[in-house]
Every structure is written in C-alpha cells, then in structure tokens.
Write a protein that binds this ligand. Sequence first.
Ligand SMILES: NC(=O)c1ccc[n+]([C@@H]2O[C@H](COP(=O)([O-])OP(=O)(O)OC[C@H]3O[C@@H](n4cnc5c(N)ncnc54)[C@H](O)[C@@H]3O)[C@@H](O)[C@H]2O)c1
Length: 304
Amino acid sequence: MKILVTGGAGFIGSNLALELERRFASAAITILDDFLQGSTGNLEGFRGEIIKGGVEDEKLVESLKGKGFDFIYHLAAITDTTVSDEKRMMTVNVDGFKNILGIAGHEKASVIYASSAGVYGNGPAPMKETQKVSPLNAYSVSKVRMDEIALSLNQPRMIGLRYFNVYGPGESRKGKSASMIWQLACRMKTGSPPRIFKYGEQRRDLIHVSDVVQATIRAMEALDKDGPERNVSVNVGTGVATDFNRVIEILNSILGTDLKPEYFDNPYDFYQNHTQADTALAAKTLGFKARYSIEEGMRNYLTL
Ligand SMILES: NC(=O)c1ccc[n+]([C@@H]2O[C@H](COP(=O)([O-])OP(=O)(O)OC[C@H]3O[C@@H](n4cnc5c(N)ncnc54)[C@H](O)[C@@H]3O)[C@@H](O)[C@H]2O)c1
C-alpha cells in the first residue's frame, strides 16, 4: 500500500503518519510538506520518504504522478485562522487541493482531506453536516470551497473530515494557532493567570489528536470497503462542548494550581462562540466515536 500524507510534518499530519506506519508496517508512506509550520521534530522515528515543497507548486505535484499512491491524506494548509490574505489562503488551501486531486485522479487514489468545523461559523449547534455553512474568515471560506469542489467532482472515493478543535502532543510548534488548552497551560505552568475572552463562556468541541487520527484512518477503511458510495463531508468531534472557564478548572486540577482567569475583550469581530459536532454521521459512516472525554484527554496530554 502506498500512501501520501500532505502536511505530514504538522501537528495532526505527523501524528497520523506515525500511526499509519505503526499500524501498516509494510506501507510506503510519503510526506509532502513545505515545513513553513511543520517540523522534522514532529517526525522522530518516521521511516518513510519526506518531500519538501508546496502543494500549490504545480510542477512539483505533477512530478508525484506515477508514484502509485493508493490513498492520499491531504492535510497541508495554512492553518492560522487569523491570516486575512485571502489570495494566499486560496492559493495554498484551494489551488493546492485541486493539484492534489489531480494526482488522485491520475493514480485512481482514494482521498481523505481535512476540512474544518470553521465552515459552520456561528450556525446552530450541535452542528450537522447538512446545515447551511457560514464561514467567518478567509480560512473557513477556503475550507467551504474545498468541500464544494469535492462534492462537485462526484469522486466517489473521497471523504472530507470536518475536524473540530484538536489538541494534543505535537501542537506546540503551531504557536499562536495551537489549541486554547495549550495556550492556557503554558501560562498556568509558569504561575501566570490564564487570560481568556470575557467571560469565558465560549464553548469548543475539543478533541484529542489520537481520536482524530483514529477517525482519519477509519475514513480510509470506509473508502476501502465501500468506495463507490462515499463522497461526503463528515464531522470529527466528540459531540460535547466545553467552555473556557471549565477548561481552566480542569487545568487547575491537573496542574495543582488555583489560578483565576483574567478576562479581556474579544478583539475579533468574527468569532465562533460555540462549536459542537453532531456525531451521528461519523458513527454511521466511519463507525467512529471519540474515546477521550475532555477530562481524560487533557490529563493524558498534560501528564505525559
Ligand atoms: N488543529 C485543528 O484544530 C484543526 C481543526 C480543523 C481543521 N484542521 C485542519 O487539519 C489540517 C492539519 O492541521 P494542523 O492542526 O495539523 O496544522 P499544522 O499547521 O500543524 O499542519 C499543517 C501542515 O501543512 C504544512 N503546509 C502549510 N502550507 C503548505 C503548503 N503550501 N504546501 C505543503 N505543506 C504546507 C505545514 O508546514 C504544516 O506542517 C489542516 O488542513 C487544518 O486546516 C485542523
């Protein structure tokens, strides 16, 4: 089995590539990443091939045709949701996706690509795959566009995964784009009070990266089994939303601290106040249910 993982040096991609290698020892895994955000430090022990380059580089992507990929996991993207350069966002996230679909078409490879809960914006929660999308920033617009392209192609061997808010080992290199859990834990570990937007009631469906990796591999297995019936976008979340005040309570209990939140005004006009996945389609299509509750997932992550 030959597998391409784009964005494989990033947070989720590196966890995925290492787990694929662990589970499918004989698979040949190639990573394509431009290393702007990713790092070889995330890939310790990885035995496969690493190609450094951008998914928007048509020539480079073209040169991958003929490698015989069976599966393509497309995770490469600009992931900083505060980037407002729409042109750059579209070039990397959307044109890059089209280039990767070009390889998939040529190789007859199945595609699993990363979409995002960002597509739902401030739509009603729990968020269902069938509800109207409502992107609030350039990043989310790019993900909506990817979903539209995927559906319009009617390529049966493809699944888009709408990841909710992912946390866990490997995210520290994302810096300010890392999860709230990581941001808050960094401050609290140094004894500084956690800082959150007024008044901490914003809610997130926070999911441990190992659960996300399981769901992503399940997508490959689902395509393997019943390829012709798949061309869908599926939520990958826990189904539970946790507010930031509660995240701080859990952190205090894990870190043995008693730090009170400092509240400040949210500077963003467009901000998702509540993300929460409806998980029914993931259960049906992927047979997936998150293993970790927020308390267990955070404890596992922060006491490693
Ligand atoms: N982490 C989350 O909470 C979350 C939520 C929803 C969706 N997603 C999606 O999951 C995927 C992985 O996200 P992540 O959290 O691991 O982020 P990440 O930034 O750690 O990973 C993205 C990887 O893509 C690489 N990359 C960026 N531009 C590239 C380009 N032009 N060509 C090749 N590689 C490029 C980066 O170097 C990085 O290694 C992304 O598509 C992201 O949009 C993540």
